[in-house]
Write a protein that binds this ligand. Structure first.
Ligand SMILES: [Zn+2]
Length: 89
């Protein structure tokens, strides 16, 4: 995936960042592109949606699934979640 241009979030237009997949996860990929914009409407509205649907204080951020090329949710439990695993370039 070298030289690949980072995708833009379809919800807010921010450039998506590389996020390192946890070693303990079942995903085979090394990293995903994730939108980590705290103003992203997808993430902002996710708090309400999760509360209404599941009574859970959580949200999700937009993630690009490299296999399908589709944008799918990545659950988060706080605004700081995931941010320790950003891959700086
Ligand atoms: Zn976004």
């Amino acid at each position: 995936m070298k030289g690949q241009v980072a995708p833009k979030c379809p919800h807010c237009g921010a450039t998506m960042l590389k996020w390192r997949v946890p070693i303990a996860s079942t995903w085979p990929e090394e990293y995903f592109y994730v939108c980590l914009n705290d103003e992203c409407p997808y993430y902002v509205q996710g708090w309400d949606v999760m509360w209404e649907q599941q009574a859970t204080r959580a949200s999700y951020r937009c993630r690009l699934d490299p296999d399908s090329g589709k944008f799918v949710p990545l659950p988060v439990w706080s605004a700081e979640a995931l941010k320790d695993d950003i891959i700086e370039e």
